[in-house]
Write a protein that binds this ligand. Structure first.
Ligand code: PTT
Ligand code: SF4
Length: 603
């Protein structure tokens, strides 16, 4: 077998048991790796209905056939589990040397279950795996803990770890790496915390099995060159994802005041142009020649790595118009290990609840001092922070009916930074994303603003399914960064060729789309297994976008139309082979070869 090891490392922290599992080649070909392999393993090893924060929930860390290899932006890995935020499938994608080392340690994935009696960290050096006391790093923020682990194990390791938010099981705690890369929005850091697992340190020295290394090197070289020659390269290097602030403002999708509006008068105070003037460094994930980690000095003169989502959610969405202050909140989120998108949503929700008199506390929009205190309290679950740590869905349910209307989440995951009053395609993308309201699977908004913006057309739905298949299917199962393709137009064919070079299989885009459909369908079946009484209402965007029209900007008066949204959702289900409640049909399960995994259709 080439491209994969066919081996998964299994660690049970309760029993302190370490073992390996052989994975059949058929499974690897059918699911490729990353997200695909993760959901396949979760389906098999997670007890149905398990409490996500119990020892019986499994945490999966998985690589893909291109991990550990010198190809454009391959230094990423997928973390996945049952989410404590949504109670459904959750995953994230982190840029980290841990990806390189995991593959070079001889494993396609790691499954971690159980709960250690005391705080521990795991050290993996090829086949040598140990569970070690972590008393000296428990309680430290993610930067301090990483420094200590590097002092102990040297620089040539990959480290995944949690901060205090993960330890305190904040429902949107993330897993952090390399002081500024953070992933697992749906609370994957809390899952680590629930296991008393502070960190995973990996050192791999093996050569991954590759079918044709010469051809792979040649294809990769060509792709690297194409990236450097792309017309948008220089601008990308200057601004990275921060260019999106101005773009979002121009297109009326900049989240403003808890997604009340899509434009903000003070957007220039947080823009990519301003960031360029303040920029002091640029960082990159492993094997990337278009590094987008733009670093500035924040309000307290500390380094903070900015991205669009972080700045929009902690800037315009809470009306904080000062990039250095936004950067300080962003750095705190990384130190504590909390998702900036869910945090920005939770703070905005609370500000609106305060404005409407639904809570006693007075929390003004854009009040930096109060917000800073609240962010720290959230990480430690102190006072009002314990409420914020529960996320928007739970907060809104406890405040009652009125609050549900401005609770910006889908299935419990807070909405990322694109307003959808005037973007029905993007609203559908959030609603049908396999982890809740995240933009990773289908960033159809960029297509939508270039075409028939307000239409609910079948063509848009087809485009959405295509994007999901490529972004959420191909890139998430390869675990390779999608940005060379999204931002600089690197031909998708390069990835298909590289996958062929690595595995020796003559992949085509159609074959990849079948794998993607299989992955989406299994994830959907996972959700249904965890939810009694599943129905299509779970595939709806937040009520605000239907009920409260925009009051400003070029799309003033716009809002989503329920009956037209319904017809788009029907079209989506049809394209996926799911029934009118979004449940995969027996013939779809059969066709995708999932029957032997999930049981006989109709049984
Ligand atoms: C990702 C989500 C994003 S998506 C952003 S900014 W973006 C936020 N980043 C956070 C952060 O930083 N710190 C923090 N405490 N919380 C954060 N929450 C938010 O998390 C990220 C990049 C980006 S920057 C994007 S678009 C692309 N995402 C990719 C993806 O999902 N898959 C893939 N194959 N390639 C991708 N390339 C790009 O990677 P999640 P990262 Mg991230 C600091 O984690 O859970 O997937 O959510 O991992 O290494 O930081 O790279 O404008
Ligand atoms: Fe990482 Fe950015 Fe490079 Fe993607 S483009 S690999 S997110 S540095």
């Amino acid at each position: 077998m080439k491209g994969w090891w066919g081996r998964v490392l299994r660690i049970d922290l309760s029993k302190e048991k370490i073992s390996t599992i052989s994975i059949d080649e058929r499974i690897l070909v059918d699911f490729i790796g990353g997200r695909g392999l993760a959901v396949r393993l979760l389906w098999e090893y997670n007890p149905p209905g398990v409490d996500p924060l119990s020892p019986y929930n499994n945490l999966i860390i998985s690589s893909g056939p291109l991990s550990g290899l010198p190809i454009p932006s391959s230094g990423k890995l997928v973390v996945a589990s049952k989410s404590p935020l949504t109670n459904g499938y959750g995953d994230g994608n982190i840029g980290s040397m841990a990806s390189f080392h995991l593959k070079r340690a001889g494993y396609d994935a790691i499954i971690i279950s159980g709960r250690a009696r005391k705080p521990v960290y795991v050290f993996i050096e090829n086949e040598k795996v140990s569970i070690n006391p972590a008393d000296h790093i428990w309680g430290l923020d993610s930067f301090q803990a990483e420094d200590k682990l590097v002092r102990e194990h040297g620089k040539n390791v990959g480290i995944l770890l949690i901060g205090p938010a993960g330890e305190n099981m904040v429902r949107y705690a993330t897993i952090v790496s390399q002081k500024g890369r953070s992933g697992g929005r749906p609370g994957l850091g809390a899952v680590m915390g629930s296991k008393n697992l502070k960190a995973i340190v990996i050192k791999g020295t093996l050569q991954p099995p590759v079918h044709d290394i010469e051809s792979l090197r040649k294809t990769a070289e060509e792709a690297y060159k194409k990236i450097l020659e792309a017309p948008g390269y220089d601008y990308w290097i200057r601004q990275g994802t921060m260019a999106t602030i101005v773009w979002s403002q121009q297109n009326s999708v900049l989240p403003t005041m808890n997604f009340r509006e899509g434009v903000w008068d003070y957007y220039e105070n947080i823009s990519g142009d301003l960031m360029e003037k303040l920029k002091v460094d640029r960082r990159a994930c492993p094997f990337c020649n278009m590094g987008c980690g733009n670093v500035i000095r924040d309000e307290f003169d500390e380094l903070s790595e900015l991205d669009y989502e972080n700045v929009a959610m902690l800037g315009s969405n809470i009306l904080l118009g000062d990039l250095k202050k936004v950067a300080a909140l962003n750095r705190m989120a990384d130190l504590y290990g909390m998702d900036t998108i869910s945090l920005g949503n939770s703070l905005a929700f609370l500000m609106e609840a305060s404005e409407k008199g639904l809570i006693r506390e007075k929390i003004e929009w854009g009040d930096f001092k109060t917000v800073r205190e609240l962010v720290e309290d959230t990480a430690y679950r102190r006072g009002l922070g314990a409420f914020i740590a529960e996320g928007v869905m739970r907060m809104s349910r406890s405040l009652g009916r009125e609050a549900l209307d401005f609770a910006m989440h889908v299935k419990g995951l807070e909405v990322s930074a694109y307003d959808c009053h005037a973007a029905p395609g993007m609203a559908l993308a959030y609603a049908t994303s396999p982890i809740g309201a995240h933009h990773k699977d289908a960033w159809i908004i960029s297509y939508e603003v270039r075409t028939d913006r307000l239409s609910y057309s079948h063509e848009k739905v087809e485009r959405l399914v295509y994007l999901q298949d490529i972004r959420g299917g191909l890139f998430e199962s390869l675990t390779v960064c999608r940005l060379p393709w999204v931002e600089l137009g690197l031909d998708i064919d390069y990835y298909i060729r590289l996958l062929g070079d690595a595995t020796g299989i003559a992949w085509t885009i159609d074959m990849v789309r079948v794998v993607a459909n299989r992955i989406y369908t299994l994830i959907r079946l996972f959700w249904i297994r965890e939810f009694q009484g599943w129905d299509r209402s779970l595939d709806y965007p937040p009520p605000r976008w239907f009920k409260h029209p925009l009051t400003k900007g070029p799309f003033k008066g716009a809002r989503l139309e329920p009956s037209k949204y319904d017809s788009m959702l029907d079209a989506y289900y049809e394209l996926r082979g799911w029934d009118s409640n979004g449940v995969p049909k027996p013939e779809t399960i059969e066709k995708l070869g999932l029957t032997s995994i999930v049981g006989s259709p109709g049984a």
